[in-house]
Design a protein around this ligand. Structure first.
Ligand code: EPU
Length: 350
């Protein structure tokens, strides 16, 4: 397998940042893994970054190690147990293309997750979610390679420890596993999930179907979120924060308009977009780094922003929300490296 040196990542990250990888290679077949593992053993000091669609990443500097772009392609309907159909996809498949392919096979279950940027292999890492559905709801198992032994292991639902934009692969063992394929469990008798504001309106009274819901979700996302091919971005830049019920009571008293959703296990999820908008940051820009005018949760690169400038803007937004509401925001994408936040001459904890 060919290892390139000093490779440009500009077309490989959805912010469109002009950064470079010290080493870069593409994995197109599982058979190629052995030679990457061998190369890695010869360079134990170098970090390795697994790259899918590059849509959940902010590079604040060039990458000092090996970037391995996973391009494993595979789509297969494995069979049915009478209740579910099992479908496997290679980690390198484009997520939305795969979703539409399942719909073309007459299968439902992934329609609410339409148009999410990225790859199939990246989807479980942060348990992608939208419009009332999360990946974990349709997940059956995945195959991942252990970098230390070069062996493949199967992970079932409980092994993945899925949480809100979180998983075992993101928080517990982020460096160890290379996801090779994911198997989905799609219901033969689907229940349409149309509770989210806007989906039913998009259908305009038409009988729901997986394809129609996918089209509705696609239209909704296009109306709210910028297309990374046109304006560099990584979707929601911040997670919706969780606060305790007592903090929620206090905030709600002071700001009756604040949207919040009590979670089954106790805490209340707040709208980060609302908090940011109230702080006056929606639509503002600092040079070519900006907060998108159409949705306050999205940071955008108007062309020549650096990752460091985007990160400093994120720091400023997080500080503004902390000072005004006493709520800590957390970035959703991986920030590489996560620089300390500079603030008015002082340094805030990053
Ligand atoms: N809102 C504002 N200002 C804005 C935008 C939204 O005040 O500029 C408020 C509105 O009150 C709205 C509420 O925020 O009712 C929620 O907004 P929205 O429906 O757009 O959802 P979100 O919570 O901002 C989350 C996900 C999105 C996902 C949508 C739809 C996170 C971090 N983001 O956004 O996921 O598409 O719900 O399910 O959970 C992503 O992860 O990259 C992503 C785009």
């Amino acid at each position: 397998m060919k290892i390139h040196e000093n490779h440009s990542l500009k077309g490989l990250n959805s912010f469109g940042l002009a950064v470079r990888a010290r080493f870069f290679c593409e994995l197109r077949r599982l058979g190629g893994l052995k030679s990457v593992v061998q190369w890695r053993r010869q360079h134990p000091e170098l970090p390795v970054l697994l790259l899918g669609g590059g849509s959940n990443l902010l590079f604040t500097a060039d990458y000092p190690g090996l970037v391995l772009r996973v391009r494993l392609q595979e789509r297969e309907v494995l069979g049915s147990d009478g209740e579910f159909v099992y479908v496997r996809a290679g980690a390198g498949e484009d997520w939305h293309a795969f979703v539409r392919w399942t719909l073309e096979q007459g299968l439902a279950g992934l329609e609410n997750l339409s148009l999410i940027p990225g790859t199939v292999g990246a989807a479980p890492v942060q348990n992608i979610g939208a419009y009332g559905v999360e990946l974990k709801d349709v997940f059956y198992e995945l195959q991942a390679l252990d970098w230390r032994t070069a062996e493949l292991r199967e992970f079932r639902l409980a092994d993945c420890r899925f949480g809100y934009r979180d998983s075992f692969f993101k928080s517990v063992e982020p460096e160890r596993w290379l996801i090779a394929s994911v198997t989905f469990r799609l219901p033969l008798q689907p229940q349409w999930n149309m509770a989210y504001a806007g989906i039913a309106e998009q259908l305009q009274g038409a009988e729901p179907s997986a394809l129609r819901i996918s089209d509705a979700v696609t239209a909704l996302r296009r109306s709210k979120l910028p297309d990374p091919a046109v304006l560099g971005n990584a979707g929601s830049f911040f997670k919706n924060p969780l606060v305790s019920p007592s903090q929620w009571q206090g905030l709600k008293k002071a700001h009756p308009e604040l949207p919040g959703w009590p979670q089954p296990d106790g805490p209340v999820k707040l709208s980060a977009a609302w908090l940011i908008e109230q702080c006056g940051w929606k639509g503002r820009r600092e040079g070519d780094a900006g907060v998108y005018a159409g949705h306050a949760l999205v940071l955008v690169n108007y062309g020549a922003a650096t990752g460091a400038a985007l990160w400093q803007l994120a720091c400023t937004v997080m500080t503004a929300v902390q000072v005004r509401f006493g709520v800590a925001l957390e970035p959703e994408p991986l920030v590489l490296p996560r620089l300390p936040c500079r603030h008015e001459g002082g340094v805030l904890p990053g």
